[in-house]
Design a protein around this ligand. Structure first.
Ligand code: NAD
Ligand code: TYD
Length: 342
C-alpha cells in the first residue's frame, strides 16, 4: 500500500510515519508537509535515507502539488496537516481557516478526482465542545466547538461528512483526545512543562488548573489510526481516547515529581479565553468494532516521555531556539533537487 500522509513532519504525523514503516515493511509513504513552525524534519531524522519514505515540501492547499502527488500510485490519504494550537487560534484564526478547512477541501476534491480508495481525516475530540463534571463524548454527541481551532476542525469534519453522503466518497473520521509522547512541539502542555521544569523556569498553569484532559500516548493513537485505515467503515466517525482523565495541575505536579523539582515552580496565570473545562472520550465503538484499546497507561507513558525529552535535550534546545529551522533549510535545499527530478 502507498500512503499520502500530510503533516508528517509534525508531532503525531511523524510518529505515524515511523509506526507504519516499522509495522508494514512493504508500504511506501509520500509525506507532504508545509514545514510551518510546527513541522520539523528532525522528527524524521532516524528514517532519513529510508527509500520507502519520500518527503515533499508543499502545502495541502496547493491543488497542483496535491494533484501531482496523487496522480502517482496513492492508495490512501491520511490527513494530519493542520494548525493545531488553540492559543494561536485565539490570537489569529486565519491560517486555521485556510489550512484546516480549505486545505481539507482541496484534499477531498483531488482525492475524489483521483479515485483514492480510502481517506482518513484526523480530527479531534475538541469538536464536541466542553463537558461538565460527568459524562463522555460519544460519536453521537452534537458538534459544538468553542475555539477557532476546534471550529475549523469541525468545519472540516462536516465537509468530509458531506463528501461521503453526497459523493459516496470513501472517508472515515477519527476524533482523538489529547496526545503526549516524543517530538511534540513545546507550546503544548506536557512538553512545555517538561522543558520549563528542566530549565527551572516557572510552569504556567491557566486559571485554577482544574481543567481536565483525557491523555493518550501518541503510540496508542497511531495504532487506532492503523485500525481505522485498514478496518474502519466508510462514512463512520471513531472516537479515540486514553480513558485517563487528569486535571492540568495534577499533570504538572507529576512532571515536577518525576524531575525532582520543587512545586514552587507552579505559577497560576490568567486563564485562556473560552477555555474548555473538561474533555472525556467514550471510545467503546472503536474498541468493540475494530478491536483497538489504549495500551499505555499515563503512569507508565509520562515518565517514559519525560525520559525521551531528557535524552533528547538537544532536540528541545534546537526547537526552542529556532535552530531546527536551519536544519530544515539545509534539508529542503537538498530535497528541492530531488523534487525537481520527479
Ligand atoms: P502539529 O502542529 O505538531 O503538526 C502539524 C503539521 O502539519 C506540521 O508538520 C505542519 O508543518 C503541517 N502543516 C501545517 N499546515 C500545513 C499545510 N497547509 N500543508 C501541509 N502541511 C501543513 O500537530 P499534531 O499535534 O501532530 O496534530 C496532527 C493532527 O492531529 C491535527 O490535525 C490535529 O488537529 C489532530 N489532533 C491532535 C491532537 C493532539 O493532542 N496533538 C489530538 C487530536 C487530534
Ligand atoms: P494544550 O496542550 O494547549 O491542548 P488543548 O488546549 O488542545 O487541550 O493544553 C492542554 C491543557 O493545558 C488545556 O486545559 C490548557 C492548559 N495549559 C496550561 O494550563 N498552561 C499552558 O501553558 C498550556 C500550553 C496549556
Amino acid at each position: 500500500m502507498r500512503l499520502l500522509i500530510t503533516g508528517g513532519a509534525g508531532f503525531i504525523g511523524s510518529n505515524f510515519v515511523r509506526y507504519i514503516l516499522k509495522k508494514y515493511p512493504g508500504y511506501g509513504i509520500v509525506n507532504l508537509d508545509k514545514l510551518t513552525y510546527a513541522g520539523n524534519l528532525e522528527n524524521l531524522a532516524d528514517i532519513e535515507g529510508d527509500s520507502r519514505h519520500e518527503f515533499v515540501h508543499g502545502d495541502i492547499c496547493d491543488p497542483d502539488c496535491v494533484h501531482k502527488l496523487m496522480s502517482g500510485s496513492v492508495d490512501a490519504v491520511v490527513n494530519f496537516a493542520a494548525e493545531s494550537h488553540v492559543d494561536r487560534s485565539i490570537l489569529d484564526s486565519s491560517e486555521f481557516v485556510r489550512t484546516n478547512i480549505e486545505g481539507t477541501r482541496n484534499l477531498l476534491d483531488i482525492s475524489r478526482r483521483n479515485k483514492i480508495g480510502r481517506y482518513i481525516q484526523i480530527s479531534t475530540d475538541e469538536v464536541y465542545g466542553s463537558l461538565g463534571d460527568s459524562g463522555a463524548f460519544t460519536e453521537e454527541t452534537p458538534i459544538a466547538p468553542n475555539s477557532p481551532y476546534s471550529a475549523s476542525k469541525a468545519a472540516a469534519d462536516l465537509l468530509v461528512r458531506s463528501y461521503c453522503h453526497t459523493h459516496g466518497f470513501p472517508a472515515v473520521i477519527t476524533r482523538c483526545s489529547n496526545n503526549y509522547g516524543p517530538c511534540q512541539f513545546p507550546e503544548k502542555l506536557i512538553p512545555l512543562l517538561v522543558s520549563n521544569a528542566m530549565s527551572d523556569i516557572p510552569l504556567p498553569i491557566y486559571g485554577d488548573g482544574m481543567n481536565v484532559r483525557d491523555w493518550i500516548h501518541v503510540e496508542d493513537h497511531c495504532a487506532a489510526i492503523d485500525a481505522v485505515l485498514h478496518r474502519g467503515e466508510t462514512g463512520e466517525v471513531y472516537n479515540v481516547g486514553g480513558r485517563q482523565e487528569i486535571p492540568n495541575i495534577e499533570v504538572a505536579r507529576r512532571i515536577l515529581a518525576a524531575l525532582g523539582k520543587s512545586e514552587s515552580l507552579l505559577t497560576y496565570v490568567e486563564d485562556r479565553p473560552g477555555h474548555d473545562r473538561r474533555y472525556a472520550i467514550d471510545s467503546t465503538k472503536i474498541e468493540t468494532e475494530l478491536d483497538w484499546k489504549p495500551r499505555i497507561t499515563f503512569a507508565a507513558g509520562l515518565p517514559e516521555t519525560i525520559a525521551w525529552y531528557r535524552r533528547n535535550a538537544s532536540w528541545m534546545e534546537r526547537v526552542r531556539s529556532g535552530a531546527y529551522l536551519k536544519y530544515y533549510d539545509d534539508m529542503y535545499g537538498r530535497r528541492k533537487q530531488t523534487l525537481s527530478a520527479r
